[in-house]
Write a protein that binds this ligand. Structure first.
Ligand code: NDP
Length: 282
């Protein structure tokens, strides 16, 4: 079997230029102009390219975006004041703080300062709690994008076995909750899981977010399963994921590529969350 490629790039383009663009037009007619602010601290090369992609996607959907840049020696108090000002600015509907932050700034303190209604990354305790309870909320972007990619394959998750490898707060845990909400049976694995291969063996869907290049190989992938590779690594100038694409794509029925898979969907979900926030805040 050679797997069908689930192109995040194509799914994102479709969502951005149809659904989201139409929503923005409807909002503009009510004189609401969705606006995203990205807070960027320091000079991290990877952050700069993520931020550039966010700006590009904002343009595609027709929303405003602004990057507020700060030197790496900016104080925590200064950043907290920036967040307070954004919270109180009615022209701004969504804010994200690009991670990582320098060590002298507490990530938790800064993220918790964002008003939940503008927390388009879905990281605040309020929004995470609502997700857990199944309430309407701003769902964090990578898990949201993964669910949209699964939906694009026409897969009904009811009764499906989903194995999630990685239990981070931003990917593994929330995507597991979202799969549960769609009635899948979810197995969560992490660094202390015993016999990972056994946990993968009966998976219909495998979601991998471990942060180790080519960690999962084709011989661990069940024949005909759907594979979502969240990882992204630059090895000698070439990008790869947490899954060994060549061997896994021989076993899977569908697989996400790296690049062009989960990455663009994450950014698309961020733009969508900004539009949702604008619809709610007005
Ligand atoms: P974290 O480092 O926060 O979490 C990694 C998880 O993998 C942990 O739960 C860890 O387990 C688990 N793990 C580590 N080693 C093993 C192992 N040997 N066996 C099983 N599980 C293991 O990573 P993130 O979730 O933040 O990110 C994962 C990857 O996805 C990274 O490459 C990151 O760059 C990428 N990413 C990509 C995004 C995109 O938009 N494309 C967005 C977010 C992330 P334990 O908890 O026990 O330590």
């Amino acid at each position: 079997m050679t797997a069908k490629i689930i192109s995040g790039r194509e799914v994102a383009e479709q969502i951005l230029t149809t659904d989201l663009k139409n929503k923005v037009i409807a909002l503009n007619e009510k004189n609401i102009k969705p606006k995203l602010v990205v807070v960027l601290v320091g000079d991290v090369k990877a952050s700069a390219s993520y931020v550039a992609q966010k700006e590009k996607f904002a343009v595609k959907a027709g929303i405003e975006s602004e990057v507020r840049r700060f030197k790496k020696d900016v104080t925590e108090d200064e950043i907290l004041t920036v967040i307070d000002n954004i919270n109180n600015d009615k022209s701004i509907h969504g804010v994200i703080v690009q991670l990582p932050l320098p060590d002298h700034i507490s990530v938790a303190k800064v993220l918790n300062r964002i008003h939940p209604s503008k927390d388009v990354d879905g990281f605040t305790p309020t929004n995470v709690g609502k997700l857990f309870l199944g309430e309407d909320t701003l769902v964090s972007c990578t898990p949201k994008g993964i669910m949209q990619m699964l939906a694009s394959t026409g897969t009904n998750l009811t009764g499906k076995n989903v194995t999630v490898v990685g239990r981070s707060n931003i990917v593994g845990k929330p995507v597991a909750i979202l799969c549960l909400q769609q009635h899948a049976t979810v197995t969560m694995c992490h660094s202390r899981t015993k016999d990972l291969n056994a946990k993968l063996a009966d998976a219909d869907i495998v979601i991998v977010a471990v942060g180790i290049p080519k960690f999962i190989h084709g011989d661990q992938i069940p024949e005909g399963s759907i594979v979502i590779d969240v990882g992204i690594h630059n090895i000698d100038g070439k990008l790869c994921g947490d899954v060994d694409f060549d061997s896994a794509s021989i076993k899977a029925s569908s697989i996400t590529p790296v690049p062009g898979g989960v990455g663009p969907m994450t950014v698309c979900a961020l733009i969508e969350n900004t539009i949702i926030a604008a619809e709610r805040i007005g």
